[in-house]
Ligand binder design. Structure first.
Ligand code: FAD
Length: 413
């Protein structure tokens, strides 16, 4: 049993990181009150990665991608759906919670005092002004976004996917497998090149072409307009060319959802800045998941990681950090090698590590299918690795980067 019955913990965010914090508090037998503010989506937590994969292809239902409901919570838990944390009082440990529909208004809502606040508010899709609200134009961050896109698939309209990052590339592959004619557009030369580099970017481009996806790269969309509720959507590009589509998907990345902490005395320059143990400048405010910017001792650098397994691992760690503080112990650093995967055309891309700033790339083969396996080095040390259908080789590299990084950098907060 931890905590005491008069303590209150507020958990902001109703996706993987928030869900894991609540489950972890329950696992530790926290005896106080937990207020879980789940945000504007109005749904129980679900697997976001499935949105651009199995769900869009109709392989699974909305219900099948729900995160496993934790066993009946032993916690004194209050769940606030369709509600958002709207402000942190800089002079007191309390947070203003308002109905999501009233977010941004200065009045109303409920101030909730807390002994600890876990910020797990993640990210929202980047949507340039002028591109929002057009019929037939969608981004993909939420279950509701996926539902709106699926409603458009029946007539197999021509689809243009703008942005060939991870989500855009997955969407091109998934829409193609639903039988839609697909064009993939990006400002860069190759899909996913900023993530994986040129070798796997070229490999990905070939896979798109082999499956009948046309590409327009490099190209920048300069204008979008819709003829009416049923489309078509017209797109214009920086070279003056135009095209039309029945469905446009914007895969333009995401922005951190921590603007509500503005004025709360915390560093929000790239997500929410934390120390190595995931505590912010206010030690009873901690962060986990896509929103958390922390110093990762494995690489000796600050970073933010926008991937699934990081969110749950950080959430568990953040709870441990808070508990350590309660017991007067110094918490360990969150020393972790980031990992993500992406499924496209039946292939599994996987990457471990942190490739930013690498100065050397080595390409070999792994996994027995002749696909490229890439290692990224910095100052002669392997800092990241990526492969296709090569899970064992990728995971071996994860262990190696972890042990070498931990030895080189140390793991103290
Ligand atoms: C389409 C798609 C596919 C993906 N595929 C992969 C993949 O294949 N592999 C991989 O590793 N990662 C993938 N990811 C990334 C992965 O889903 C994220 O890393 C993960 O969801 C992060 O979890 P989180 O809890 O930190 O944040 P989020 O999932 O962003 O959740 C944040 C939650 O906070 C809520 N919220 C926002 N503001 C407030 C507020 N003010 N108050 C209260 N609540 C608030 C939001 O509504 C949301 O529910 C994918 C993401 C998307 C969108």
């Amino acid at each position: 049993m931890v905590g005491n019955t008069s303590q209150t913990i507020v958990v902001a965010g109703g996706s993987l990181a928030g869900h894991t914090v609540v489950a972890e508090l329950d696992r530790h037998g926290f005896t106080g009150d937990v207020v879980w503010v789940r945000g504007p989506e109005g749904t129980a937590p679900y697997s976001r990665p499935a949105l651009s994969k199995e769900l869009i292809r109709g392989r699974v239902t909305d219900e099948a991608i729900r995160l496993p409901a934790p066993r009946e919570y032993g916690l004194r838990l209050r769940i606030m759906d369709l509600a958002v944390c709207a402000r942190l009082d800089p002079d007191a440990d309390r947070v203003l919670v308002t109905p999501a529909a009233e977010a941004g208004r200065e009045t109303g809502g409920e101030w909730i005092p807390f002994d600890a606040l876990f910020v797990c508010t993640g990210m929202r899709a980047r949507l340039p002004k002028g591109f929002a609200g057009l019929p037939g134009v969608h981004c993909l961050r939420t279950l509701a976004d996926a539902g709106r896109i699926r409603e458009r698939l029946a007539g197999r309209p021509r689809a243009v996917v703008v942005g060939a990052g991870l989500v855009g590339s997955e969407m091109a592959a998934s829409l193609r497998s639903c039988g839609l004619p697909v064009e993939l557009v990006d400002q860069g030369r190759l899909p996913m090149e900023p993530v994986f580099g040129a070798e796997l970017g070229r490999f990905s481009l070939e896979r798109h072409h082999a499956h009948g996806v046309t590409t327009r790269m490099p190209a920048t969309v300069t204008g979008l307009s819709a003829a009416g509720p049923e489309g078509p959507v017209s797109l214009t590009f920086d070279d003056g060319q135009e095209t039309t589509a029945g469905l446009v998907i914007l895969g333009l990345g995401a922005v951190t959802a921590c603007d509500w902490l503005d004025g709360g005395g915390l560093d929000l320059s790239d997500g929410l800045a934390c120390d190595a143990a995931l505590r912010t400048a206010r030690p009873n405010v901690l962060a986990a998941g896509d929103v958390a910017n922390w110093r990762n001792p494995v690489f000796g650098e600050r970073m933010r990681v926008e991937h699934w397994s990081n969110a749950s691992a950080q959430a568990r760690h953040a709870v441990g950090s808070w508990l350590a503080g309660q017991e007067g112990r110094e918490p360990p650093a969150f020393a972790d090698v980031p990992y993500f995967w992406s499924d496209q055309y039946g292939l599994k891309y996987q990457m471990v590590g942190h490739a930013r700033g690498h100065d050397e790339v080595r390409v070999e083969e792994a996994g027995g299918e002749g696909y490229p396996f890439v290692t990224y080095l910095k100052d002669g040390r392997i800092v990241a690795a990526a492969g296709v259908n090569a899970p064992r080789a990728v995971m071996r590299m994860k262990a190696r980067i972890q042990s070498e990084g931990t030895t080189t950098q140390g793991v103290h907060a």
